[in-house]
Design a protein around this ligand. Structure first.
Ligand SMILES: Cc1cc2nc3c(=O)[nH]c(=O)nc-3n(C[C@H](O)[C@H](O)[C@H](O)COP(=O)(O)O)c2cc1C
Length: 569
């Protein structure tokens, strides 16, 4: 067992290194190797386990009603733009939005121990992601525009700052009527407490899951959601009140991650000319002090601060890319999906990670193709949740297929951008056959690379986790990493994890809809994964793993309602 003092906690590079060099050094340093995991404490220091719930003591608490169970919206309709008439912004719609996006969805109990689970997943269930909303005046929420922090345990909004009407109208002048903003931030300490230096990666995955979760919740209300990718991290931190030293006297700080605009209608054309956002100055009255999450920290991980710093963004122009070569819905799905098993509510609130897979259940080819098709943006930019982000996919899949009826087990590749097929061919093993799959919809660039039983390989490279070999399929999310950093700057390191997390969130819900389950896999051996696909260039790196299959429930656990007032609904 390592004592905190014995861990090497030096910085990444000597002074003078560029931001891109720091990012690359961080990524290499936090790879897991067969013979050495990325630096971490190696055990749980339970006495200082971080509180998973941030609260702002002294801020007014606005309780959100728990929406009545039984909303009939079918899950598949979430993906049909314009199928859901936009709900007006109200206490009820804001309550549904946060319920579907970031709320608690269950408590689990084993013996005398209980722990909460949420709509959004998190590595180690540590939940570093915090959510904020900037809302106009809404009846029964507040009679003036304000900045709120979402408190998941209470399903409530904490009012952090009231904005006067002039300030709100300046902020919102380029947004459609009825819009509001949501920001996400990360408490890195919550993850590094357990996972040490690799924790920055996991925090960013979690942000990606939460971003998709927000997009999906908005879709259930007929709302659009777009990432405001040109805002600087400094402005965002300022807007959310995260730069207010006086409100965090003894509390762990939060790193600003992203801001999204949510509106009843498509906001895209309005955004291109939007003015820089700010919330400082007159008309802003802050309240509340952040709680401290651990009584003390016995160890810090300075490389996380360094990579956070190296990936902070300045003000920039919004990314605009051409999707004209992307498939249409028909090309992706063959017959577009117009029915299904679950309601949106059941899929979203019922989502759970499998802790074990049964090692026997197969899925149909149609199910497999549909799940993968959900991961591809369409030409018209209507495919949810990919309509929320402006860049073309940078994450492609290397698949370990174990049990898909009518499909040979083996290694497969899915290019999520049609233009990247040839590049991927050049990057992977020269001996791969790159065979198209019969009956696969033409818009799905799915290829067999090599037939064979890869169950043991999948589980070995996923830190020996059986779930990677015991499901129907598992996968590595392979990023064209260095080209992305060169194209968009070192801050885009975060975006690559966000995109990976979004892929994961869609797979989670698609698995629910198919009557099976999925699990995110952050623990994998980086270079052995690359070797499995013959990737030798460090330009391409695996950013996340996932597994999908039939779950085996842990009979020792009891499931309790998320909120003790739930039973009374
Ligand atoms: C980024 C990320 C990485 C994860 N890595 C693993 C993993 O390596 N192994 C595993 O069994 N579960 C992993 N999980 C699943 C989490 O443990 C799970 O999300 C968490 O316990 C909460 O449970 P829930 O997903 O059912 O809400 C991961 C989840 C995320 C979001």
């Amino acid at each position: 067992m390592l004592e905190p003092e014995s861990l090497e906690r030096t910085g990444l590079l000597e002074g003078g290194a560029s931001a891109a060099e720091v990012v690359v050094a961080y990524h290499e340093r936090t790879n897991h190797h067969f013979h050495r995991y990325a630096a971490a404490l190696g055990y749980m220091d339970w006495a200082i386990q971080p509180d998973p719930f941030r609260r702002y003591v002294g801020a007014d608490l606005v309780r959100l009603p728990l929406p009545k169970a039984g909303h009939p919206l079918p899950y598949w309709q979430l993906y049909r733009s314009a199928a859901v008439p936009p709900m007006p912004l109200s206490l009820a719609s804001v309550a549904i939005f946060f319920r579907y996006a970031l709320s608690l969805t269950a408590w689990k109990q084993a013996g005398n121990t209980t722990w909460p689970l949420r709509a959004n997943p998190s590595s180690g269930n540590l939940h570093p992601t915090e959510g904020y909303a900037i809302l106009p005046a809404v009846d029964h929420i507040g009679d003036a525009a304000a900045v709120y922090h979402y408190a998941p345990r209470e399903h409530a909004l904490e009012r952090r700052a009231a904005l006067d009407a002039k300030r709100w109208s300046e902020l919102a002048e380029s947004f459609p009527e009825g819009s509001f903003l949501v920001g996400l931030s990360s408490v890195h300490w919550r993850e590094s407490w357990k996972y040490g230096e690799r924790a920055f990666r996991y925090c960013q995955h979690d942000v990606g899951h939460a971003l998709a979760s927000l997009r999906i919740a908005a879709a259930a209300l007929g709302w659009k959601l777009v990432l405001l990718d040109s805002i600087s991290d400094g402005t965002l931190s300022n807007l959310l009140g995260l730069d207010r030293d006086e409100d965090f006297p003894a509390a762990e700080r939060e790193e600003a991650d992203l801001l999204v605009l949510i509106s009843p209608d498509s906001p895209a054309p309005l955004l291109t000319e939007s003015k820089p956002l700010t919330a400082h100055g007159s008309g802003v009255l802050w309240q509340g002090r952040a709680n401290s999450l651990s009584p003390k920290h016995r160890i810090e991980w300075p490389v996380i601060d360094e990579v956070a710093q190296a990936t902070r963004r300045g003000e920039s122009s919004p990314i605009k890319e051409d999707f004209s070569k992307f498939p249409t819905e028909e090309e992706l799905f063959g017959t577009p999906v117009r029915d299904g098993l679950l309601t949106a509510e059941k899929a979203i609130l019922g989502r759970r990670s499998a802790v074990a897979m049964d090692g026997s259940t197969a899925i149909s080819r149609a199910t497999f193709f549909r799940m993968l098709a959900r991961l591809i943006p369409t030409q018209e930019r209507q495919a949810m949740p990919w309509d929320a982000i402006p860049w073309r996919p940078r994450i492609h899949l290397g698949l370990f297929v174990h049990r898909v009826d009518g499909l040979a087990p083996g290694l497969y590749a899915l290019a999520r951008d049609p233009d990247k097929v040839d590049i991927l061919k050049g990057v992977m093993h020269a001996e791969f056959c790159w065979q198209r799959i019969p009956d696969c919809p033409p818009g799905l660039h799915l290829y067999l690379l090599k037939e064979g039983d890869c169950r043991a390989l999948a589980s070995t490279v996923s830190c020996g986790q059986a779930i990677a070999g015991d499901g129907a399929f598992s996968l590595a999310m392979i990023a064209d990493y260095k080209d992305s950093l060169a194209a968009y700057g070192s801050g885009f390191y975060r975006n690559l994890f966000w995109e990976a997390g979004m892929v994961g969130q869609v797979l989670y819900l698609e698995a629910e809809e198919s009557g099976i389950r999925a699990t995110g896999i952050g623990c994998y051996f980086d270079d052995p994964v690359h070797a499995a696909f013959g990737i030798v260039s460090s330009e391409w790196q695996s950013f996340y793993h996932f597994t999908v299959g039939a779950p085996v429930e842990d009979g020792r656990l009891t499931t309790l309602p998320a909120y003790n007032f739930e039973e009374q609904q």
